[in-house]
Design a protein. Structure first.
Length: 237
């Protein structure tokens, strides 16, 4: 009922996850990131505990396959889950339970894995992977995000270039998947989380970009507009 893209930029030390679905407020229930460990998406019939357990295992040094397996061992409903796990080095693992609503599956290319269920078909994943591979190097300068403090003074909060580049690639892949049919039921919510790689565990995690569309029939397209706004590449409404 959802598709999620997990990705890393190993050279520039960034990690992120983008998600879209026909359900409400996907950013609250599906994706999770720890900049010091990795990224996780628990979807289909999501079990939020799996996100915590998988990230905890990654923090303890487990590889994604082991982290995924240890999390699923706690879950009596694993047949209904789709769980994707990615480490900071780009290693990944995906579980798609036999009771997930078809079409369900995953596709991976270097630095990225996309997993989805209740999709229009496998071509949705193919479109995302193709878009990921076709996206050019985006590490050019972009305007920093301009903010105003409580005294009305302008300040600058720059987004690290690696996170900008990764966010744009994730959104490009997400839109390609949506253009190919996305969630077979339609659109409602979407989420984007990107962070520079961290050296220590923090809670809440320190993220560079954390955007959510909770209830909008434009879903991923509204998320793309939010990203443009966040980066200062369009004027505020």
């Amino acid at each position: 009922m959802t598709y999620s893209i997990l990705a890393v930029d190993r050279a520039h030390r960034a990690i992120g996850i983008a998600t879209a679905t026909f359900s409400l407020a996907v950013g609250n229930s599906v994706p999770a990131i720890d900049p010091a460990a990795g990224a996780v998406a628990s979807q289909a019939w999501p079990n939020r505990d799996l996100r915590h357990l998988a990230l905890e295992a990654l923090r303890d040094g487990a590889q994604p396959a082991s982290a995924l397996a240890s999390a699923l061992r706690t879950d009596g409903g694993a047949a209904y889950r789709q769980l994707a796990v990615m480490g900071l080095d780009g290693a990944w693992e995906v579980h798609t339970g036999e009771s997930c609503t078809p079409w369900a599956g995953h596709r991976a290319v270097d630095g990225m894995v996309i997993a989805g269920n209740y999709l229009a078909g496998s071509h949705v994943l193919d479109a995302a992977a193709d878009a990921w591979g076709a996206t050019p190097d985006l590490h050019a300068d972009v305007p920093p995000d301009e903010v105003v403090d409580t005294a009305g003074r302008r300040a600058q909060r720059a987004v690290p270039q690696a996170s900008v580049a990764l966010a744009k690639r994730l959104v490009a892949a997400l839109l390609a998947a949506e253009d190919a049919g996305g969630d077979a039921r339609g659109r409602q919510s979407a989420s984007l989380i990107v962070s520079s790689r961290g050296e220590r565990v923090q809670w809440p995690p320190a993220t560079d970009i954390d955007l959510r569309v909770d209830d909008d029939d434009r879903g991923p397209y509204a998320l793309a507009a939010l990203l443009d706004h966040r980066l200062g590449t369009r004027a505020a409404d």
